[in-house]
Every structure is written in C-alpha cells, then in structure tokens.
Ligand binder design. Sequence first.
Ligand SMILES: NC(=O)c1ccc[n+]([C@@H]2O[C@H](COP(=O)([O-])OP(=O)(O)OC[C@H]3O[C@@H](n4cnc5c(N)ncnc54)[C@H](OP(=O)(O)O)[C@@H]3O)[C@@H](O)[C@H]2O)c1
Length: 242
Amino acid sequence: MNYYIITGASKGIGKAIAEELLKNEKNYIIGVSRSNSIEHPRYRHQPLDFSDVAGVENNLHKIFLPLEDADKLVLINNAGVLGDIGYVGEEMANDQFKFVFDINVTVPAMLMNSFLQTYQQQSCQKVIVNISSGAGKYPVDGWASYCASKAAIDLFSVTVQQEQDKRGTGVKVYALSPGVVDTGMQENIRESDAARFSTVEKFRQYKQKGDLASPEEVGKKVVNFLYNTNQYKDVLLSVRGM
Ligand SMILES: NC(=O)c1ccc[n+]([C@@H]2O[C@H](COP(=O)([O-])OP(=O)(O)OC[C@H]3O[C@@H](n4cnc5c(N)ncnc54)[C@H](OP(=O)(O)O)[C@@H]3O)[C@@H](O)[C@H]2O)c1
C-alpha cells in the first residue's frame, strides 16, 4: 500500500489531491484538518487544529502510526492560511503573526520531523511535499505574514533536503507552488479592501476572466508529479511548469 498523509484534505487543493489519489486502489490517505468531507474505505481522518500547537504535539502519534506494509510513504503539508489581510503597523493584531506561522510553518515542520523520525528506517520510497506559494518568492503588500511563512517553508524544505542527502536516506523533499487556484482562499482574497491590499483588483480579474485553475486540475497535476518524483531534482518547483 502507498500511504499519503495530507493536511488540509477537507477542501480546496488538498481535497482535490486526496480524491485524485483515491482513484488508485493501492493508495491509502490519512487526512488531517479541523473538519472532514471525505468518506472512503481507504481514507482515515485525524481531526486537528493547527493553531493549537500543543494539541498537535499531543496527537502526533495518532497521525504517524506504524505502517510496516508501506511501499511508499508521502507527507503533503498542504493546510495553510493567509491570515488577516492588511499592512503591518495599521490595525494588525499581533496574534496574527503567530497564527499564520503556527499553521504555515511550525506545524508543517513538526510533521516533517515526526514523519522522518517515525519512518526513517523503512526502506520504501519516502517523499515530503510542502505546498508553498509564489508569494514566498516576492512581496505582496497586505500579505506580509503569508509571504514570510511561505519563504520560510521554502528554505526549510531546501535545508532538510540537504540534510537528507548528507545522511544518504533517499528521502525527497519538495516545496511546490500550485499557481492561482479557485478555492476558498482566493474567495477571501477577492473580498478584501483595496486600502489593505493594493493588488486586490488583479485577483478579482483572474476570477472574472476565468484565469484561475480549478482545484481538480491542480490536484491531477500534483498527483502526476507524485507518481513521477524521480524526474524532479530541484526542491523548489511550480505546478505551472508541469
Ligand atoms: N488557492 C491558491 O490560489 C493558492 C495559491 C498558492 C498557494 N496556495 C496554498 O495551497 C494550500 C491549500 O490552499 P487552498 O487554496 O486549498 O485553501 P483552502 O481551500 O482555504 O483550504 C485550506 C485547507 O487548510 C485547512 N486548514 C485551515 N486552517 C487550519 C487549521 N487551523 N488547522 C488544520 N487545518 C487547517 C482547511 O481545513 P479545515 O478548515 O477543515 O481545518 C482546508 O482543508 C495552502 O498552503 C495555500 O497557502 C494556494
């Protein structure tokens, strides 16, 4: 059996990846998020709120169960939040920084740590995919915490890959940017106020002109990537080029 641990599998890109993977009877999914929307014999849901880091720590053992029959083990850190949109220093609550970093960086790092600790000794193929963003490569005003969190997960991924290479474990780590995708996150972006985010109109235009990729389309591309990771040498990748 191939095991895929996917965070944020309840909606958007994560759900589309999970549903695409479930088409193959050799795949088993462990989904982790606050809510669940998938019922399937090869799907197990672990409810967790990533803004509660202590709660995540206490429940890690429920996610990473022994999987001795695994032919392939994959962790997909997909759950993510944008946080409140707005300029730093202008009506921005301090607790937003921790909120965004806990969900987008701290918990994904903890999951990578536990995944490697639990499954390191298994000889099967092991892959970690962190869903990143173009916004981790350039600034977007109004999104400072989000941009910084995605830049952090990019360099975290590159560093962990270097460590795995030095240890010769064969583990592959990727930070994959999905492009602009028609999910709840984009809905929130479009609803924001231009005074707090100067390029909001560009995002409204993406929707009006039909320029957003569907989650299903992106889910298929990510799954195709997961089936062919041996073709990809770089850690930082974009779904757009696939
Ligand atoms: N959509 C885009 O255009 C776009 C572009 C670049 C990058 N991305 C990245 O792609 C990933 C998926 O985004 P999406 O667009 O699919 O977003 P989405 O539709 O808003 O889905 C977000 C997922 O994250 C989970 N999540 C949110 N808060 C959580 C929490 N506190 N604890 C546990 N899980 C939580 C949600 O599950 P629950 O609500 O059930 O907890 C949901 O399954 C994110 O990392 C995002 O940064 C998206």
